[in-house]
Ligand binder design. Sequence first.
Ligand SMILES: [Zn+2]
Length: 117
Amino acid sequence: MMPTYAYRAVDKEKSCDHCGSGFEIIQRMTEPALTSCPRCKNLISRVLFAPAVVIKGSPLAETDRKIKEYEKEGKWSHAAELADKEAEKTKREDLKTRALEDYKKAGYNFDKYDTDT
Ligand SMILES: [Zn+2]
C-alpha cells in the first residue's frame, strides 16, 4: 500500500489553485518529497499529519477536510461551528481546541465573553 502525502504552497501569495489550497499525492515511501508544485513550480512543503487521519471517504476525514476548507477560505465561524459540532459528536479534544481557535479567529473572545469585537 502506498501512502498519501499532502503538500501545500509555502508562500500562498505565490501559488496556483492546485497548491494554494493543498493537494494530496500518492508516493512511494522511498520517493523523495516534492519541493515544487507540479503546476506552477513554486515552493511547496509536505503537510505532516498522522496517516490514520487520512482515511479517504470516511465521515471523519470528510469533516476534517471541510473544516480545513473553511479555514483556508477564512470562514472561521463556519469552521468553528463545524469543528464544535463534530467535537461534541466524536468527543475529540483536538477538534474542540480547534473550534475554540477558530472562534477566536472569527472574532469571538472567550476570555472576556465580550462579543463587541
Ligand atoms: Zn502550484
